[in-house]
Design a protein around this ligand. Structure first.
Ligand code: ASP
Length: 318
């Protein structure tokens, strides 16, 4: 069975200075676990979509990442999660935004794609649908994460929002950079049948207000897949990835301009987003199983496993 699976666990200010040996070991193990879960699906001839969901569930269950169990806190001190999947074979997609108390938001996104008759559900409506479909819920206690909580406490009395991986704000001034808590997650895969799929899951930004939604669940911005071109999952400052329509732009550059996967990702991440001031990265795969990791930040938690037996896990920039 020929396959390729690529994952990310967030991009940002990831440097040896903010990591230590224990953290490296923890992230390596977490990324390897996710690669294993996804690869197990693909080895058995399973679909790219199922592999993407399996790999992302594993990361959602790990508090190291800002998704599922490790989600950041909003201004109101709750978790509001966003997720999306897209199937490159059919161009079907499913997404959810601002959902609470769901154990694996990526499963709910797939359920929306398969059984809702819609593409994008939000907030209490998405929860209602989850209940109806028997999607597993999670208590506030399960979703509570001390380091994310402390990260929020530091800025909850301000108007600032903070990317999980970088001090940032909506008004232009600096805020305390709580350092090394990174982690939106994503996966893209190419299966033995040559079909590709993409998925992304996140808790968004710490201290986000007004039911803010980032790029991750927006088809074409943070997540996109089309067998003709590529499957993409993004991570970074969502507002800029939304404005750049980043994931679909890569697909367009390939479809309409004939760019290679690598060149198209480079144009979007290293040129267009840089000019807009958008920090972050993306993972990409095409239907030939070619892949790339592309980022303009100091680092990106990332991994790749394929049917040739190659496995990569890395964090820092080259
Ligand atoms: N892109 C995500 C968002 O803006 C955050 C991230 O990738 O860390 O919600």
């Amino acid at each position: 069975m020929s396959y390729t699976l690529v994952i990310h666990g967030g991009a940002g200010n990831i440097t040896p200075a903010i990591m230590n040996a224990q953290m490296e070991a923890d992230y390596t193990a977490a990324l390897q676990d996710a690669l294993r879960k996804g690869s197990d699906v693909l080895k058995k001839g399973g679909s790219a979509m199922d592999a993407v969901v399996a790999a992302i569930c594993e990361m959602e269950d790990n508090p190291l990442f800002n998704a599922g169990r490790g989600s950041v806190f909003t201004k109101k001190g709750v978790n509001e999660m966003d997720a999306a999947v897209m199937d490159g074979r059919t161009l079907e997609a499913g997404a959810i935004a601002g959902v609470r108390n769901i154990k694996n938001p990526i499963r709910l996104a797939r359920e929306v794609m398969l059984h809702s008759g819609h593409v994008f559900l939000s907030n209490t409506g998405a929860s209602e649908f989850a209940l109806k479909q028997g999607i597993e819920t999670a208590t506030d206690e399960y979703l509570f994460n001390k380091s994310r909580y402390d990260q929020w406490v530091e800025i909850r009395d301000t108007d600032y929002t903070q990317l999980d991986h970088k001090g940032d704000n909506l008004k232009g001034g600096p805020i305390p950079n709580t350092g090394h808590k990174f982690g939106t997650v994503g996966a893209v895969a190419c299966d033995a049948a040559g079909n590709i799929a993409a998925g992304t899951s996140t808790g968004g930004m710490t201290n986000k207000r007004f039911n803010r939604i980032g790029d991750s669940p927006v088809i074409g911005a943070g997540t996109y897949a089309n067998n003709k071109t590529c499957a993409i999952s993004c991570t970074g400052h969502g507002e800029l990835f939304l404005r750049a329509v980043a994931a679909y732009d890569v697909s367009c550059l390939m479809e309409y301009k004939g760019l290679s996967l690598q060149d198209a990702c480079d144009v979007v991440i290293k040129d267009k987003l840089v000019k807009l001031g958008g920090e972050g990265g993306m993972i990409a795969v095409n239907a030939k199983g070619e892949y790339t990791f592309c980022f303009n930040s100091a680092g990106m938690y990332r991994g790749m496993a394929n049917s040739a037996g190659e496995e990569i896990v890395a964090y820092y920039g080259q």
